[in-house]
Design a binder for this molecule. Structure first.
Ligand code: T1G
Length: 646
């Protein structure tokens, strides 16, 4: 039964059971309407508790229904029926009450939550606004600025914050259902949220400042502005008028390209490791070794510690180890200060350090994050081969080197795999899981399980120069250099990419980090004869001058406390290289920039797909959105190129 009713004394317990997340599907909505009708006429029922079976309260409308015509009963009508009930309804919230789930709970008359529950209205992340009263009921329960940040920011809040804000009435101290029933027994009349006045803004100026900040950060994602407008209507208009406007906006956005693209990436991210081919039993992993305490190694160690693993950090000497340890502790401290680590001491207790590889004798998995040089990584793997258990998995964090060559130094290469984290490794969700030829199936399964345990989005990649993301990025970086030769300027290209929705342009990205790494990669590939066609030396000349970007105060741009400024020196180098290439010094139409960038991106993506490096076009979209700043509301380069072709 998707919705069932049981009695506890004179309280009816209505339970939704729709795995995996109790999404408010048509069957759930119909079952709830029946439950309202049944409890209203039951002479032996004085109140109702609405609860969910399984891992969570309703986590939202069923996103899979959004591409289908809406089917009655519609969620707003179900919520209105509950709110209008003559008997009080108590929502018992556990897990994550999100979107339509929280809207359902706000249509109830009282709300009690499990201490670990989280509540939010993340519709903007799907290109929508709440469509079942969220923008009208939430401002009638909590202060306006909190309502605004929850709805237009899309981030959930904790039960504690919800109680303090007035979104819920109680936090359970023991058995949630039992306490909800007890609470229901104390109620003698419904308390209808819509009958509340709006709470209003404690500080109207702060509200306006938050709103303009959210609009600025939207970078072209329409739903954020629409959500702000909906909240402002919810504060200003009579409830029924605001509800009608909210519903109209929701329906209009639901069929928009941006909403479709955001649904595409939502499901694509959850499908990357769904491949049944490696559903082998994973090897148990509790103790992880990390070799290298630099930015990446410290980030990886922090990510593993924060998710409950025991970590041993290895560095070559005491000085480097102290520096690496400080990086890890600094990351853990700042995470704890942001409330992300309730028990910092317990996390630190699982953190060990050493300079001797012998400390890894009982590691289940070791991840090397040493200098990006093939010989160095092969030496590390040879050392690990000698000191680790034969069943321990050895992973390399290389971002583009030959994982087969690294695995090849092991007596048993089947235990080697690539785990390409993105910096900062404790924050970035993307993880490229690179599969060398000899890798064992259960090693892949272990990497997939580790990815989920770390809260990452794991994407499988074959072995090639740069795997999926870096290979595609190298292609569009090379195209950007060709644009310079054809007459564009770095700031013209970067502005066009920002206008398209990237957080920054390709030259700004290089100045942030990577000019030197890309230079080393180009020199290696030149030496290996892997670079064909006319070679553009602009970036090499910048590096030869020590212009490695922000860290040296100059790269493609001149950097100062006034920010990044176009560089005359760079422009003169570009002009010289144009001459070398026999190009005049034409002006370049800005409208040609993005088609060239996207064309290079898509061509390389198609090659990555054709070579079997990526398993699907969707996986490529997931990588480019989560690791390379491709605008999420465009769904990724593969979806965008299909949309452009249609
Ligand atoms: N609809 C359909 N399926 C969903 C779903 C949803 N809302 N949420 C999750 N799933 C599936 C997911 O595809 C996966 O399926 C499985 O559940 C586990 O998900 C009217 C219009 C709840 C925090 O945006 O944030 O309500 O891959 O791997 O990491 O105003 O899922 O197993 O086949 O993510 O533990 C608003 C979206 C909708 C919440 C759990 N709600 N979901 O995370 O598991 S719009 C959301 C999540 C709306 C109203 C509007 C997360 C989660 P499969 P998972 P998880």
């Amino acid at each position: 039964m998707t919705v069932s009713i049981a009695k506890q004394g004179r309280v009816a317990v209505v339970t939704i059971d729709n795995p995996p997340v109790n999404a408010s599907s048509q069957a759930v909505r119909a079952g709830l309407l029946e439950a309202v009708a049944a409890t209203e006429v039951a002479p032996d029922i004085d109140a109702v508790v609405l609860a969910c079976a399984g891992r969570t309260f309703v986590a939202g409308a069923d996103v899979r229904e959004f591409d289908l015509p809406p089917v009655e009963p519609h969620l707003p009508d179900v919520i209105a029926a509950i709110e209008a009930a003559s008997k009080p309804w108590v929502a018992a919230i556990h897990g994550t009450a999100l979107g339509g789930g929280l809207e359902l709970a706000m249509g109830c008359h009282v709300r009690i939550a499990d201490p670990k529950a989280r509540m939010g209205l993340p519709e903007v992340t799907l290109g929508l606004v709440p469509g079942a009263g969220g923008t009208v009921r939430l401002p009638r329960l909590v202060e306006a600025e909190l309502a605004l940040t929850m709805i237009a920011g899309g981030k959930p809040i904790s039960a504690k914050a919800a109680l303090e804000a007035g979104l819920i009435d109680a936090i359970a101290t023991g058995n949630l259902l039992g306490e909800a029933v007890a609470l229901a027994n104390t109620l003698d009349a419904p308390r209808r949220t819509l009958e509340n006045a709006v709470v209003g803004a404690t500080n109207p100026d702060a509200f306006d400042k938050t709103a303009s900040g959210l609009r600025r950060k939207a970078r072209g994602q329409v739903s954020i502005g629409a959500a702000i407008d909906a909240v402002e209507r919810g504060l200003r208009l009579p409830a029924q008028k605001a509800l009608a406007e909210e519903r109209a906006t929701f329906l209009a956005l639901k069929s928009s390209d941006q909403a479709r693209a955001l649904r595409h990436i939502f499901f694509a991210e959850r499908a990357t490791l769904a491949d049944p081919s490696f559903k082998q039993t994973p090897r148990p992993v509790t103790r992880i070794g990390v070799i290298g305490g630099g930015t990446m190694g410290a980030g990886i160690a922090s990510a593993c510690l924060m998710r409950g693993f025991h970590v041993t950090l290895i560095e070559r000497d005491d000085t480097s180890l102290a520096a690496g340890t400080n990086r890890v502790c600094g990351t853990l401290d700042s995470s704890a200060k942001r409330g992300l680590l309730p028990d910092l001491d317990a996390v630190i207790a699982r953190f060990e350090t050493a300079t001797d590889y012998a400390a890894l004798a009982d590691a289940d998995l070791v991840i090397e994050a040493v200098f990006e040089d093939l010989e160095v990584k092969k030496q590390v793997f040879a050392q690990l081969d000698a000191v680790t258990r034969p069943d321990a998995i050895l992973a390399t964090n290389t971002s583009y080197l030959d994982v087969n060559a690294i695995a090849g130094v092991l007596s048993d290469p089947s235990r080697a795999i690539g785990l390409h984290f993105f910096s900062p490794a404790h924050i970035m969700k993307l993880l490229e899981i690179v599969l060398p030829d000899a890798v064992a199936e259960d090693v892949i399964a272990t990497a997939a399980k580790l990815s989920k345990s770390l809260g990452k989005i794991g994407v499988l990649s074959g072995v090639c120069d740069g795997f999926i993301g870096n290979r595609i990025m190298s292609a569009y970086r090379a195209e950007a250099d060709r644009l310079l030769i054809d007459g564009a300027t770095p700031e013209q290209v970067d502005a066009a990419m920002r206008d398209y929705g990237f957080p920054m342009g390709v030259f700004e990205m290089q100045d942030l980090a990577g000019l030197d790494i890309a230079w080393a990669m180009r020199k290696r590939r030149l030496a290996e004869g892997k670079i064909s066609g006319p070679y553009i030396r602009i970036a090499d000349r910048l590096c030869e001058m020590g212009r490695f970007g922000q860290k040296t105060g100059a790269g493609w741009y001149d950097h100062s406390d006034k920010g990044a400024q176009p560089s005359e020196l760079v422009m003169s180098i570009i002009a010289e290289e144009r001459q070398v290439m026999g190009k005049a010094d034409p002006s370049f139409p800005t409208e040609h920039v993005m088609p060239r960038i996207l064309g290079a991106m898509t061509r390389e993506a198609e090659a990555v797909l054709a070579e079997g490096i990526a398993r699907s076009a969707n996986d490529i979209d997931v990588v480019m959105v989560n690791g390379y700043g491709f605008p999420r509301w465009k769904g990724g380069p593969m979806l965008a190129s299909r949309a452009a072709a249609d």
